[in-house]
Design a binder for this molecule. Structure first.
Ligand SMILES: [Zn+2]
Length: 305
């Protein structure tokens, strides 16, 4: 598991409208030094927003990150592409309020990252190794992480809708699996919810070309990319949301009917129960890193190994 940290080979750019704001924004991905992590700079603002749990401001329909006056919405698909491909250090620059939705999947971001090239850095990456199960439950929905030798996702959804129904995705998600089996899966929504979302100022940039729209048994936006595209998109979202932990996760995540809010709740539960995991660095040794570990957490890590 332990590998070098990675960044991009060069700066790349794209542009597009935001799903919820409908506003056009330009987006740049810049290489960044080892230890930098993923940070977002909204042009014109003094703040650089670190992509971490503390920065999350809104988690219902999309993930918004903020710091001080600055905020950036709908970061999850871009963060998912970076985490899914194992890119650790990038400075994201944006000149609008929301990351472009592109085609509703993470594939355009995967292609952008591949255009930049991924380069290895001198420093090794650290990871969170789960030692004991951590679980969050809410209204019959749940999400849990357990010890395992690699990052494995077991995601189940069950919709009372014939176009979706019950779907399950199980697998170890390495960069290749991510690119081929997860990244192309598009976001989805229900036609009956469109008016409600628009009344709340959401989904203004939503069209049939950037969202799978489901109306009863019918899928209105053409052919699906996978028969189980819906659950694969949930996995995509999960990877983007867990990226806010700042370290790759070594463990098995099982989710049932979860979504952004539960994904975020799991991240918080992990940070709140530091006795149940340890940060591992090169050679599997416990290492002390500045964030998010507090001093007592570092002590736990040393004992656990
Ligand atoms: Zn999504």
């Amino acid at each position: 598991m332990i590998r070098s940290q990675r960044t991009l080979g060069r700066t790349v750019a794209t542009a597009g409208v935001g799903l919820h704001s409908g506003e056009l924004a330009r987006l740049w991905l810049h290489p960044a030094p080892a230890g930098h992590g993923i940070r977002i700079h909204r042009r014109g603002s003094k703040e650089i927003i670190p992509a971490r749990v503390d920065s999350a401001q809104e988690l219902s329909y999309a993930t918004r990150l903020g710091l001080g006056e600055a905020s950036v919405s709908t970061v999850e698909h871009l963060l998912s592409a970076l985490a899914g491909l194992g890119v650790d250090n990038v400075r994201i620059e944006l000149d609008g309020p929301e990351i472009p939705i592109k085609d509703g999947s993470a594939l355009p971001f995967v292609r952008l990252i591949e255009r930049a090239g991924v380069v290895e850095q001198a420093a090794p990456v650290s990871a969170i190794r789960i030692l004991e199960p951590i679980e969050v439950r809410e209204d019959g929905k749940w999400i849990r992480v357990e010890p395992g030798s690699e990052f494995v996702v077991d995601y189940r959804i069950a919709f009372d809708n014939p176009a979706i129904g019950y779907q399950r995705f199980v697998g170890a998600v390495d960069p290749e699996t991510y690119r081929d089996a997860v990244a192309p899966a598009r976001t989805f929504g229900f036609l009956k919810e469109v008016d409600y979302l628009r009344s709340r100022g959401l989904a203004r940039g939503g069209t049939l070309s950037n969202c799978i729209v489901v109306d009863g048994p019918k899928v209105l936006s053409g052919e699906l990319r996978f028969n189980d595209e819906f659950v694969r998109h949930k996995v995509l979202d999960l990877i983007g949301d867990l990226a806010l932990l700042e370290y790759p996760l070594i463990g098995r995540v099982t989710a049932y009917k979860a979504g952004h809010a539960l994904h975020a709740a799991l991240s918080r539960a992990i940070l709140d129960q530091p006795e149940k995991w340890v940060i591992v660095g090169p050679e599997g040794a416990a290492t002390v890193v500045p964030f998010p570990l507090e001093t007592e957490v570092a002590a736990t890590g040393a004992m656990s190994m």
